[in-house]
Write a protein that binds this ligand. Structure first.
Ligand SMILES: [Zn+2]
Length: 355
């Protein structure tokens, strides 16, 4: 399941003011429009995954709608792989702003998962996986989609700028509700916001127009954001499920099995179709995004000289790159190049999460 959302409530200068007009054109009718447009475009396709198009209420009062939905997804055990939250994606055409970029959108993702218990957080810090939460791998997958479908220089180009932070400084949004419940979720927000046009009563003061009015929304920009959301949903839906049980062998083999190599094993995700391939990606520790990739079948297996081990759907490879200096990931890929988000290998056994 892949979910796209925005919030349909809006607010005035104070949340207590429930009577004055609060158009909320950018915050967040723009995000609702993205969700609706994804539904219009994608329901024409037959895709091997469930897409969920949502608009939630009560974001401004405390993320109520998204919390309700995320809790329901958790309780009902939804296999929810990605949540795309669009909040303030109107492109803000405030007159006089010379620094707005109509071809960039920020994509915020959490570092250490909000849902991680203390033991898992200790392990993440020990392994140097602070930048490899499922949400962050989702943001890298979005960047990968953009390189294929929405890159510059086309007039419809939109570059996702990966923001390695849970949300904008000291602020939050509906993606947090899903993060809290253990789901991968990111937030799309325009390049430059204008606080005169959000969370404001509609009024003119000293010749300045306040209020979240439709005239400040850049419809072409919203369309670009919708295009990136829709392409991401379609690619993730078409891609095979991400690999599971991705791991290094347990100590001491993780060390003795070639210190300057990495042996990685994994199982194909549940329901992976025939013809699912895998690739190993990696990046130097200081690099934000994957820099190298190699098809797994081009690497030697750890034990028996074959790529696939004896067990059905279980794979292992050895790669001559030191795990001390890079972060590895494994992603599933189909014949057309649709890729799952990457999954980083943990040393076996991985600490269990309390239910
Ligand atoms: Zn909002």
């Amino acid at each position: 399941m892949i979910l796209v959302t925005g919030h349909y409530d809006s607010r005035n200068s104070t949340n207590a003011d429930t009577h004055a007009e609060a158009p909320g054109a950018n915050d967040d009718a723009s995000g609702v429009a993205v969700s609706l447009e994804c539904a219009r475009a994608l329901t024409k396709l037959k895709l091997p995954a469930t897409l969920i198009f949502v608009a939630v209420a009560g974001e401004e009062q405390g993320l109520y709608g998204s919390k309700h939905l995320a809790d329901r997804a958790k309780q009902e055990g939804w296999h929810l792989e990605a949540v795309l939250n669009n909040d303030i994606v109107g492109g803000n055409r405030s007159p006089g702003d010379k620094f707005q970029d109509p071809h960039a959108v920020r994509v915020f993702s959490e570092s250490v998962p909000a849902s991680a218990p203390p033991e898992e957080i200790r392990r993440i810090l020990q392994l140097g996986y602070e930048s490899d939460s499922p949400s962050r791998e989702l943001s890298r997958a979005i960047a990968d989609v953009a390189r294929t479908y929405t890159g510059r220089p086309a007039p419809s180009a939109l570059d996702p700028v990966l923001e390695f932070r849970r949300d904008r400084f000291l602020r939050g949004g509906d993606d947090s509700s899903f993060n809290q419940d253990g789901f991968a979720a990111v937030r799309f927000t325009e390049w430059r916001e204008d606080f005169n046009h959000q969370h404001q009563n509609v009024r003119v003061e000293e010749d300045i127009q306040y209020g979240d009015l439709l005239k400040f929304v850049d419809f072409d920009y919203v369309a670009r954001v919708a295009r990136l959301n829709a392409a991401t949903m379609a690619v993730l839906a078409d891609a095979p499920p991400a690999p599971v049980n991705v791991q290094y062998p347990p100590p001491p083999q993780v060390f003795t099995n070639a210190l300057n190599n990495a042996a990685i094993e994994w199982d194909q995700g549940p329901g992976a179709p025939a013809g699912t391939h895998f690739e190993i990606v990696w990046r130097p520790l200081a690099a934000p995004d994957w820099q190298r990739s190699i098809p797994a079948e081009r690497l030697g297996a750890v034990t028996d000289g074959k790529f696939a081990s004896t067990a059905e759907g279980h794979f292992s490879v050895q790669i001559p790159v030191s795990k001390d200096n890079v972060v590895f990931g494994v992603r599933a890929i189909d014949a057309h190049g649709h890729r799952s988000p990457a999954v980083v290998p943990w040393p076996a056994p991985r600490p269990a999460r309390p239910e």
